[in-house]
Design a protein around this ligand. Sequence first.
Ligand SMILES: [Zn+2]
Length: 591
Amino acid sequence: MPEPILVAIAWPYANAEIHVGNLTGSHLPGDIFARYNRLRGRDVAMVSGSDSHGTPVTIKADAEGKTALEVAKRYHEGFLDLLQQVGITYDLFTTTHTENHFSVSQRIFLALHKNNFLYTEKQMQWYSPSLKRFLPDRYVEGTCYICGYDKARSDQCDKCGTLLDPAKLIEPRCKIDGSTPELRETEHFFLDLGRLQGQVEEYLKTKESFWRQNVLRQSLGQMQADALHGRAITRDLDWGIPVPVEGWQGKCLYVWFEAVIGYLSAAIEYTKLSGDVEGWRKWWQNPDARASYFIGKDNIPFHAIIWPAELLGVGTDFDPKGVLTLPYNVPANEFMNLEGEKISGGRNWAVWGRDFLSRYDPDPLRYYLTVNMPETRDSDWDWEDFFHKNNDELLATWGNLSNRVLPMIFRQWDGIVPEPGELTPLDQELISEVEKGFETVATEFEAVNLRAALSEGMRIAGLANKYLDTTAPWKTVKTDKQAAARAVYTALRAIDSLKILLAPVLPFTSEKLNRFLGYSEPIFGRQFTEVIKDDLGEHRVLRYDASTARGAWQPSDLKPGTRLNPPEPLFKKLDISIVQEERAKLGKSSS
Ligand SMILES: [Zn+2]
């Protein structure tokens, strides 16, 4: 049985477009990992969706004079467009505003309630006397009492990552009208994290040997330094999932509590859409399943502490057939900055995914975001660096490799892979080096070291270039056509293998190359969208049809006599002028 792999990717808030920092933080690493595992023949479910609820969306809606649903839908449609253009192959990308997600979230809430991991408490909540309403945490900002950051949200500081106690916030102000809010009493449900601390700690200790240091520091480390406290999971807000308890009308489940449940509800929706209502258990009630969560560092406490606590607290009370699978790995990324400054959508200091793709191809984007992935420390998008990486690495090393060989096969051998005769030790050495790549690159992918995986693939592409420099078939073809045939055949085998080694990162050009190399069936499947109707209305989802995919994680077996298809260059050479043009757009209004 192939090992089931759940690829769980952070749910983007449906209140802003996706920029390159979001892509490299979660969607792209998740997609690379999913594509690699699919090539290994494993049973992958890659799920996420738009986080449609909560104050990030209502704040945007208030600002635009629209309903929260209208705003959420508009951004969701934009996500679906971008995710297809950049090839993020979700098995299901849905939204939290579905009947299925409402019901799964409410069942999780009730299971925790039944197991006594919820309690109610009256608390003081920010209230705006001028607006005559309670103000959810994101409507209030102030100075962080831990690090002094002056734009901390009242529940979380984005600078130091601490979950904050709203009442301790220094100099609070209302984000709607700037007035000073006051604290008033209201009653809420709390998740009793203190009672789950022991179980969560025990679970996290099993991860010490292989989780990223930043993730361990912000989960196990933080818990050991400061014990977990109960945390409110309901709030005074009318946009979201109703609290499923009599007498609690007008209050909703807190978005951080229900959005993480989306990993479960989306798997349930996914297998139901595929006609297998029990299928979700393969990932969610199976001790052999491995669930990896691709998120940014700001989300670590939610995925490495709170979500495991929710799952542990539920036990078998979500579904009597078994407990729910805990995260296997949480390879959280740090942040990507832009030209040395923090990316800021508000002041348009950002490279937006869809805008970028209106001028450039997706694989150069995927390449640059992978070589620059903020795996262990913050990284920086720099347009001059992008220009050089495109021209001097991607095009010079990988694009050029096929350019040196494929057109020549059309000139000299009518587009048919020539018979090599007996291979020399030099030829065999290259083939064996490339074949070893199926282990060395795999080791890095397995450990979610995606930068290292790509760099190992590119090192091997470099070996193939060196081999061509040495054998120079374009010269020997004039004097010893058999030697030239041997060299181009050997290089083609290398290219055919490299196409697979690099495919998780560069799927679009690998597919192109696959066609040039005479294959009639694609490496990967096909993305498509579909409209689903339920009692909450309609929602469009993004899906992935794997039925036509034929790619496999194994070395080339390209046969002499294979007819190739006419090649084209894989990558465009960029002009240095783009650096200035792109930099000039930063920080300016986009409209
Ligand atoms: Zn802080």
